[in-house]
Design a protein around this ligand. Structure first.
Ligand code: 5GP
Length: 565
């Protein structure tokens, strides 16, 4: 309003200037007008702010220059352009336009609130009458009923919502009336219905609660969601409309953890500034722990069908035949209760110059094409990508050299190393041990190369350290129809030392691959940072390369513990 008034006065002043000039009553008229104006307006201006505004405006150099220009023009013969301008400005529609502008500037567009009720009981001195103008946006507050007294309280205020922005309603306020309707005999659902149906001004009568809110600084906690969440399907959420839906892998900014069960969060980088309710970590873990018996079938399936998870860089025909006994998995594949996938705190990370590369871990079912992808990467840039050299307890063959095909060590030393958890994974084949050591990964990274590793997904948990910062890529098969088309002439096993032994894919291989991929995704999907469908190999390869380049060059989210070291 203050600005509008000034604007109006400015417009009027400018038109006065024009009139003064165009009527041409003589030199000096404009300056007189300019200097007289602040005094003339003094009577209409009450506040010091307005006075100083006018003073600044009339003292402005640009205004004085304008006056000077006009005065300069006065004595001269009018040019064609000036005459043209004069003609235009005196046209009735330009005058009407200026007049419309003045009328519009005079109006107030703030919502009009009805007058306060005059039947306020003088004894109720702690009662607060709040008027909010509500549009379609929800109020952004939840209520609860005190079971003992039946009183209705504001349970939470959603950050950034209408109620929060108003700054008038607070957690703990007791709600007495909504639009003149007493609420103490109503159920929370009925009150919510009254609120939902109200449009425009809503009047609340509340008894303010005791404020114990700390400084309202927005906490900067970022979490990666490790599960899909749809509040519509959540029977426990106090208010479905207040819930925030998200997908596994989404990064959420948690803005309030005040409530032990329901946190408030928003999508990181999202346009919506309003927070929504999400189940707290503790609450979600408890719920998952209760649902666990339903998902327990998974480890049993793995045990029954070990081949679906088994794969090695050097699979051979012999392995194919004896696949199940190729090597035994020594690590427990049982579901770990401490690792219920809920949320993981994340922070921004960008690889610094000279910092080691993140370990690239490829996961996928047998036959999906991990080896092809790995080989293509190695060939594409051998200076940049590398693989580990495995250890074995079998004897060195004549054409082999220690540290090239394998690191050859004794059975006894291998067992000691297993005991000292020196291996990321290990297995037994024909009475000999084979395995990938932690140090073999370190030695690739120390050469400032990107280390490509393919592992069974149960080892991921042990690899997820600040040292390795694994970037886990899940390579997934396409639909069975596409598998039939794309793998028509392909062979299931393409180990580097066993080219002739590969066999064409069977229908059973395809089904097993799809099934294994599904199981992996269900159980370990929350650990996959990138999922690539290997439909067409060339496309999958370029997708993988792009993803790897991004990880090396761009800022991305990683678990916060990886950024401390
Ligand atoms: P070979 O003795 O013919 O070189 O390899 C026999 C088999 O040992 C390979 O086909 C593969 O199944 C297994 N193998 C080779 N390297 C590793 C490894 O790093 N880890 C495990 N678990 N097995 C391996």
């Amino acid at each position: 309003m203050y600005l509008n008034t000034c604007h109006l006065q400015t417009t009027r002043f400018i038109s006065k200037l024009y009139r003064c000039y165009f009527n041409s009553t003589g030199a000096g008229c404009l300056y007189e007008l300019l200097s007289a104006l602040p005094v003339q307006l003094q009577a209409h201006v009450d506040s010091a702010d307005d006075r100083s505004f006018l003073h600044t405006m009339f003292g402005e150099r640009s205004l004085h220059s304008l006056v000077k220009v006009l005065e300069e023009l006065q004595g001269k013969v009018l040019s064609v352009e000036v005459r043209e301008l004069l003609k235009l400005l005196s046209k009735p529609h330009i005058k009407s336009l200026l007049s419309v502008h003045d009328t519009v500037a005079q109006k107030s567009y703030e919502p009009e609130l009805p007058p306060l009720p005059d039947d306020i009981d003088d004894d109720e001195d702690s009662v607060k009458i709040i008027r909010l103008v509500k549009n379609k946006e929800p109020l952004g507050a939840t209520i609860k009923r005190d079971e003992r007294t039946g009183a209705i309280f504001i349970a939470r205020i959603m950050r950034g919502g209408a109620a929060d922005r108003s700054g008038l309603i607070h957690v703990g306020d007791e709600l007495k009336e909504v639009n003149g309707i007493p609420v103490d005999d109503k159920r929370p659902e009925d009150i919510i219905r009254i609120l939902a149906q109200s449009q425009g001004a809503i009047t609340f009568k509340v008894v303010p609660g005791i404020l114990d809110e700390g400084p309202a600084k927005e906490p900067k906690v970022y979490l990666r969601a490790l599960f899909d969440y749809n509040p519509e399907e959540d029977t426990a959420i106090p208010c479905k409309e207040a819930g925030l839906a998200f997908r596994r892998g989404d990064v959420l900014q948690v803005v309030s953890q005040d409530d032990a069960t329901w946190w408030q969060a928003k999508h990181e980088g999202g346009a919506d500034h309003r927070a929504g309710l999400i189940p707290s970590k503790h609450f979600q873990e408890r719920r998952l722990a209760h649902r666990r018996p339903l998902t327990n079938t998974l480890p049993q399936k793995i045990t029954r069908k070990p081949s679906s998870f088994r794969r090695s860089f050097r699979l051979s025909k012999r392995n194919k035949k004896t696949n199940k006994s190729m090597y035994e998995c020594k690590k427990s594949e049982q579901y770990d209760t401490a690792d219920l996938p809920t949320y993981e705190e994340v922070a921004h990370y960008r690889k610094g110059h000279g910092a080691k590369h993140r370990l690239v871990v490829l996961v996928g079912p047998t036959g999906v094409g991990l080896n092809e992808l790995k080989r293509k990467l190695l060939i594409s840039d051998p200076q940049h990508f590398s693989v580990t050299i495995p250890h074995t307890s079998r004897g060195k063959r004549s054409q082999e050299s220690d540290g090239v095909e394998y690191h050859f060590i004794s059975k006894h030393l291998f067992e000691t190393d297993i005991h000292n958890t020196k291996f990321i994974e290990h297995g037994e084949y024909k009475g000999n041990y084979y395995g990938t050591s932690v140090d073999s990964v370190r030695s690739v990274l120390a050469k400032n190369k990107v280390c490509l590793l393919d592992v069974q997904p149960h080892t991921l948990k042990n690899l997820r350290t600040a040292e390795f910062k694994p970037f886990v890529v899940f390579v997934k098969p396409p639909s069975i129809e596409r598998l039939r088309e794309t793998r028509k002439n392909a062979k299931i096993i393409s180990g580097k030392d066993d080219k002739g032994s590969a066999k064409p894919f069977t229908e059973e291989d395809f089904l097993e691959m799809i099934n294994a991929a599904q199981l992996m995704e269900n159980q370990y999907g929350h650990l996959f940072e990138k999922v690539i469908v290997n439909d067409d190999l060339t496309t999958a390869f370029s997708e993988l390369k792009t993803a790897l380049r991004k990880v090396e060059t761009e800022t991305h989210w990683v678990p916060i513990s990886w950024t401390h070291s």
